[in-house]
Design a protein around this ligand. Structure first.
Ligand code: UD2
Length: 310
């Protein structure tokens, strides 16, 4: 069945990846982006196949029209990054929390069938138990983590209070082609790759043993599509970890990218970043059993494709 999808943050890394997948499947794709961190180059090859509107999530009238006739919203638009939120909590709060609330109000008015939200593994914070399970008490460490968690609660409250179906996907460090690489707020894999290609030695914050459940973007795309189609009693009002169930250290990430690029310099080590978590690893049982999620793309193969893309 063909459906109409609204992707927020469509010109960003994950938003544009979702757009490519949906266009390929023949769906009707509308997208909004304020282009503050997104880039229309990410949509260059599908620009004629989508309905793109430059718009901010906080534009109430704009969001009302963007939600008209939409079946599913894939809400990716946000000012991502832990350090960005540490540096400027108010701006990221406005964009992430006010923007999401405004979208939810518009989605409810337009009777959208379901919204799938790009939540974040940062919600677990310094919760010490590994792997992370969805029912653990969140212990957010950064303003960004608080914002992403707050929006989960908003999504759930709009389901309980108004019946707007919502699903929260807690992404664990998604990486892949089209991830911005040229900002200090870019994801670590993108930054390391870009720097090594420029001949600049990247800095590892901390001792290099910091670990993350790095998840290739194709897995996040498939999780979104599954979350739209899963029966309401299974998916709505709920949170799902979208990781791989395996983690890798920053030393390992550095060494693997360096090997692909023939980069021989040893890393520079710097102090740990404020707001960072030491280890992050997903238990993906709930998503696999209840959504049918399978992280088919593996870390090494994904990293190879990513490095080749830049
Ligand atoms: C968080 C979330 C992730 C997603 C993302 C969005 C966690 C565990 N993950 O990712 O789910 O929401 O935010 O932005 O909270 N690093 C270096 N050198 C650099 C850059 C980064 O060592 O030049 C380190 C950084 O200190 C951290 C790790 O690499 O320990 C990963 O950093 P990141 O910014 O790629 O992602 P992270 O974990 O903050």
């Amino acid at each position: 069945m063909m459906a109409r999808y609204l992707i927020t943050g469509i010109a960003g890394f994950i938003g544009s990846s979702l757009a490519h997948a949906l266009v390929e499947q023949g769906h009707d794709v509308r997208g909004i982006d304020n282009l503050s961190t997104g880039d229309l180059d990410n949509l260059a090859d599908i620009r004629h196949s989508i309905d793109f509107q430059e718009m901010d999530l906080q534009d109430a009238a704009g969001m009302r029209s963007a939600c008209e006739g939409v079946d599913f919203i894939l809400h990716q638009g946000a000012l991502a990054s832990v350090p960005r939120s540490v540096k400027d909590p108010l701006t990221s709060h406005e964009s992430n929390i006010n923007g999401t609330l405004n979208l939810l109000i518009a989605a409810r008015a337009a009777k959208v069938r379901r919204i799938v939200y790009a939540a974040s593994s940062s919600a677990y914070g310094d919760q010490p138990t590994q792997p992370k399970q969805e029912d653990m008490l969140p212990r957010p460490l950064s303003p960004y983590a608080v914002q992403k968690l707050t929006c989960e609660y908003y999504i759930q409250s709009f389901y309980r209070a108004y019946g707007l179906e919502g699903v929260c996907l807690r992404y664990f460090n998604i990486f892949g082609p089209r991830q911005a690489a040229d900002s200090p707020y870019s994801g670590v894999i993108a930054q390391f790759t870009f720097k090594m290609m420029e001949g600049i030695t990247p800095t590892i914050f901390g001792d290099g043993l910091t670990s993350r459940d790095f998840n290739y973007v194709d897995n996040a795309v498939s999780a979104n599509l599954l979350a739209c189609l899963a029966p309401s009693e299974v998916a709505t009002g709920r949170v799902f970890n979208i990781g791989t169930g395996r983690s890798h250290t920053l030393n390992e990430v550095y060494a693997t990218i360096a090997e692909h690029l023939g980069f021989t310099a040893q890393p520079i080590y710097g102090p740990p970043r404020a707001g960072d978590i030491q280890h992050s690893l997903a238990d993906i049982t709930r998503a696999t059993q209840e959504l049918g999620y399978q992280p088919k793309a593996h870390f090494h193969e994904g990293l190879k494709k990513t490095v080749a893309w830049y």
